[in-house]
Design a protein around this ligand. Sequence first.
Ligand SMILES: [Zn+2]
Length: 324
Amino acid sequence: MSKDYEVLLYYKYVPIEDPEQFTKDELMYCKSIGLRGRILISSEGINGTVSGPKEVTKKYMDHMHSMDKFSDLWFKIDEADDYAHKKMFVRHRDEIVSLKLEDDVDPLETTGHHLEPEQFREAMQDDDTVIIDTRNDYEYELGHFKNAINPDIHAFRELPQWLQDNKEKFMDKKVLVYCTGGVRCEKLSGYLVREGIGKEIGQLYGGIENYSQNEETKGDLWEGKMYVFDERISVPINRVNPTVIGVDHFDGTPCERYINCGNPECNRQILASEENQEKYLGGCCHECRVHPRNRYVKARGWSTEEVKERLAAIGEELPDGVEA
Ligand SMILES: [Zn+2]
């Protein structure tokens, strides 16, 4: 049963001259063919996720492959029912993943061993090995490799500091790192190599996406789903023995539904059922629930009286002087 749309995930570290001009040209081209998604371009390379009808994604892949620099660009392809993005963005950045090191790492010079999915699966089962999830906390919560360590970071650029703070635990171990499509690990594993953290560094080539599609591994040893940065929000990975590990922020029951906290100043991503989202006024905590700009309350059009009643039902009340 083949679907009509595709989502492409890709990156390549390769020097790009005049990345600003290339960014403008690519934006114009992508829009002209009806592609949507998000592409980051820098002098160090390209990192993108885009979607569209199959004839459009095919056109885009041909376009990229026609350039010498990108003739070998590896597109990880996922079929989809629709566009996975609302708009087309092509942006120029200092880095194609934001690690913001004072002394940057060039993954073309320094990086961890690229492990194919089968090799990665084998390496994960070695007792002398630690597996570090290089993604953010909300990505880990929905799904991760069995026994992987969660650094509990909110943004990728926080990871180097976490590694420095915890390096004693990894010094005499083999270290494995993984991320969605592989781009974050190119630089991060290079950082581990340079800093001498871990006695051997391996990175999952092509990321979780490739591990899921690989016919040998079929996503084996992955627990839960994978968070993706597009309209789909999550995708299945394990095709051998899929499980649910996400839990509802409010009551701890199994849940894979993401919401943003209704407080625009918090905006935290949490897992919650529709019922609990309503019960807890769309806010992750009391402070967010009673925030005067709580979007969830505004969208419902609840009166102050109604908000008070709803808060009372969960044993909370509006602070003095606050109107909903
Ligand atoms: Zn909140």
